[in-house]
Design a protein around this ligand. Structure first.
Ligand SMILES: CC/C=C\C/C=C/C(=O)SCCNC(=O)CCNC(=O)[C@H](O)C(C)(C)COP(=O)(O)OP(=O)(O)OC[C@H]1O[C@@H](n2cnc3c(N)ncnc32)[C@H](O)[C@@H]1OP(=O)(O)O
Length: 754
């Protein structure tokens, strides 16, 4: 709701109230409208001030409301117009946040005062929408087209100081913003009432108020009504807009909202306000009914839902308390370790960084310092707090003794079980008993690593994604003995590092990589059967992935998987003689990646892999005629009949096999809901957010269709168990294809609800 109050003077205060973020639900909008009408009708009220409860102006429209089937009641756009039309001055006092519809309400006000720590923005684009309460028409009139386009198409939040520079707010205050708002309202009242008084003192006061408000005498509000303002012209508007469109399209990668945001702002440059509003409405409705907005809003809530973690044994976020991390250590300063140190320093956690010898330590130190310098450059003035040249904040050592008093260790050495166990055994003897021992592994068994220590309850998997200081995902893996406090602490750490932590159970590859295996496997099988790497990558990238499986494999290095397969005895010297080339343990196997590695083709680092590059370390992938003839010869050798494989088959075999594994994971209780899988895929594996994640996507395709296709492909490839439909998928189809929210109640696993 919105609370209406009168202070002693002539200012009516309307306080938006809908905890926790004062989202503009229909009830809030109705109360806001009632408050405005009441103030208007009361002759003793001379000005109105709108603010938000609990130090937050508003996070905008209630996002839940967009998916409710019947959204009836007052609309936000007309309400913003109502505010603007008020004959009594309306001041917005912005504390905390003014986002989306919240900022649009403020744009309808005649004056805006913001607290210095407030943040503002129009993030609708990030949930697949546009600022549909006339914000695309008012903002460019206030701050100009380039700045408005930037804010509206990126959705970025800006601090109050930047808002002041842009002219988005009139005043930034460090003290109580509501009081500042009331003071301004009183000045405005004085400026109007004193207009006709002739004393020198009053004329001075009046002049002061006009300077502050920019109102010509006798016409107090006209110039403050943004709908009446002309768009600030640019000498080269047309050229500017065409360039901006190219940029927006490039960044959007198949997501509709940024381009439609652009179209709405463009309309503001071409049409009168009312027509622009009409165009904004049309574009808003296109977005609202597009599947993309639903997917992005699902992703918004999924990210928040995974914070409420649970485990199979019933531990959960409700009862477990995170422990404070006053000091952390990182073991191993390879690519991952360097990124992890950087993330910890940025989270203001003092770090001890340890390497096995001085040579590795010096190389690691240089690399970490370089990363931190770069981060500091990006952060500007805020970088001072990093203080990473101070040994009390960041210390480098080769001595395990330096780890005696740390609260948490993240081991980030080579992916080798024996080595990890050796390190954990050492840590168990050196670290204090309450220290949390985290292993950065992408697939290894957490229980086996924990077995090397005397406190397995302190051991937990923290799977970072490369580059670790950039990627948002942190897969948090609990083992059989991991304590709830360890999970809660790892989740808290993720938050401190501005990452999204997702708690999952322990199995080979955990969630992300386990689902990735069948996807990559299908991609390689498709090559055996007739596709080329560039065909497969194109289909996957057209779907919206940032990078296809073969470009990704070249980037990560083919040798990584090769080493792992050798370790598993799937290839290399330990392979028993007589093993069929294309079969392992009775299942289909493709030796293609091994053969490439045997040729020294490790990807970008060697200049050749699934593609060719301009040089070793080159980045531009070009189709490689050598690889094409190599594939032809391979098919001849193994008597595989080459066939044309269409885009649909490529997409379905890659994605549906990945989704199928997702259903197995859910059935086993490795993750407590489909949201977990989706958050992992969006934040760690480049799944297009506007498609909501693999499980959400499956729900939009329809489970019966996924099942039918898997059945078809499985019949065609009976030696590929990953194509055999998951029993859980079959169960859901038999249960009538329930909505995603209801899947887990059909799972029969003990996993808790979100
Ligand atoms: C008819 C068309 C008219 C107009 C067009 C206008 C459209 C809009 O305004 S769309 C909404 C635009 N606003 C946003 O996108 C802001 C979204 N929220 C956030 O970015 C963040 O939540 C925050 C910065 C506001 C706060 O962040 P933080 O402090 O980290 O808290 P949480 O993110 O965990 O949020 C707390 C709690 O609030 C729920 N929530 C946040 N914003 C909204 C919202 N706009 N509508 C509904 N609910 C919201 C969020 O889900 C959390 O709840 P749970 O813990 O229960 O999940």
């Amino acid at each position: 709701m919105a609370q209406y109050a009168r202070n002693a003077a002539a200012v009516a205060v309307i306080r938006l109230r809908n905890p926790p973020v004062n989202a503009l639900s229909l009830t809030v909008l109705q109360a806001l409208e009632d408050g405005l009408k009441r103030a208007d009708a009361d002759p003793s009220v001379k000005a109105v001030m709108i603010c938000g409860e609990n130090g937050k102006f508003s996070a905008g429209a209630d996002i839940q409301g967009f998916s409710s089937p019947k959204r009836q009641g007052i609309a936000l756009g007309p309400l913003v117009s109502l505010i603007e039309r008020s004959e009594k001055p309306v001041v917005a006092a912005i504390e905390g946040i003014a986002l989306g519809g919240g900022l649009e309400v403020a744009l309808g006000c005649h004056f805006r005062v913001a607290h210095v720590q407030a943040r503002m923005g129009l993030p609708e684009v990030t949930i697949g929408l546009l600022p549909g309460a006339e914000g695309t028409q008012r903002l460019p009139r206030l701050i100009g087209v380039p700045a408005a386009l930037d804010l509206i198409t990126t959705g970025r939040h800006i601090p109050a100081t930047e808002a002041l520079k842009l002219g988005l707010v009139d005043e930034v205050v460090e003290e109580n913003t509501v009081e500042a708002g009331i003071r301004l309202a009183n000045k405005l009242i004085a400026s109007v009432s004193l207009e006709n008084v002739s004393s020198k003192e009053n004329r001075e006061l009046c002049k002061h108020a006009r300077i502050l408000t920019g109102c010509p005498a006798g016409q107090p509000l006209g110039p403050r009504r943004l709908s009446l303002k002309p768009i600030p012209r640019l000498p080269n508007m047309e050229a500017f807009l065409s360039e901006a469109l190219v940029k927006v399209k490039k960044q959007a990668r198949g997501c509709l909202a940024p381009e439609l945001c652009f179209q709405a702002v463009k309309a503001a440059t071409e049409q009168p306000f009312a027509d622009g509003v009409q165009r904004e409405r049309e574009l808003f409705n296109i977005l609202l009914t597009s599947g993309q907005a639903q997917a992005l809003q699902y992703a918004f809530f999924a990210e928040r839902a995974v914070q409420r973690w649970t485990t199979l044994s019933g531990a959960s976020w409700k009862s477990a308390s995170p422990q404070p991390i006053r000091r952390a250590a990182v073991i191993g300063l390879g690519t991952m370790g360097r990124g992890i140190v950087t993330s910890l320093v940025k989270a203001n956690i003092p770090v001890v960084a340890l390497e096995q010898d001085v040579e590795y330590l010096n190389t690691g130190r240089k690399a970490v310092m370089l990363l931190l310098e770069r981060e500091a450059m990006k952060m500007g003035q805020d970088a001072q707090s990093l203080d990473f040249h101070n040994p009390a904040r960041l210390q480098f050592t080769v001595d395990f003794d330096g780890l005696r008093d740390v609260d948490l260790v993240i081991e980030a050495v080579f992916e080798n079980m024996a080595l990890k166990k050796e390190i954990f055994k050492k840590l168990s003897g050196i670290c204090k008993p309450g220290a949390f021992l985290c292993t950065n592994t992408s697939a290894l068994n957490i229980d086996e690593i924990a077995s090397a220590t005397s406190h397995p309850q302190q051991v937990i998997g923290t799977h970072f994604f490369s580059p670790a200081h950039v990627m948002r995902l942190l897969e948090i893996i609990y083992g059989r003995h991991t304590s709830p406090a360890a999970i809660a602490t790892a989740m808290q750490l993720a938050k401190a590092m501005k990452k999204v932590g997702v708690v999952v159970g322990n199995c080979f590859g955990f969630v992300g990589n386990r689902m990735m295996f069948p996807y990559v496997q299908q991609a390689v099988f498709l090559l055996e059967e007739g596709s080329r790497p560039e065909n497969v990558d194109q289909v996957i990238e057209d779907f919206g992935f940032k990078i296809g499986p073969f470009r990704m494999s070249d980037l990560a290095g083919l040798d990584v998987g090769w080493r792992s397969r050798k370790g598993q005895g799937l290839t290399g010297a330990s392979l028993p003689p007589g093993t069929p080339a294309r079969q392992r343990h009775g299942r289909r196997y493709s030796p293609l990646p091994d053969l490439l590695c045997e040729q020294g083709r490790f990807g970008q680092k060697t200049g050749k892999g699934w593609y060719q590059y301009e040089k070793a370390g080159g980045r531009t992938a070009r189709p490689d005629p050598w690889l094409h003839s190599f594939l032809s010869e391979y098919r001849d050798t193994h008597q595989i009949k080459t066939r044309f494989i269409d885009q649909e088959e490529i997409l379905e075999r890659c994605l549906f096999s990945l989704i199928n594994e997702g259903f197995n994971i859910l059935a086993e209780g490795i993750a407590s809901g489909p949201e977990h899988l989706d958050v992992i895929y969006i934040n760690g594996y480049g799944w297009p957010k506007h498609k909501g994640g693999p499980m959400f996507y499956a729900s939009t395709v329809g489970l019966p269709r996924i099942l039918a296709k898997l059945q078809k492909y499985s019949e065609a490839h009976p030696d590929v168990p990953e194509l055999r439909p998951s029993a859980f998928l079959k169960k859901l189809v038999a249960a009538g294809n329930p909505p995603l929210k209801e899947w887990m109640s059909c799972s029969g696993s003990q996993s808790s609800k979100l």
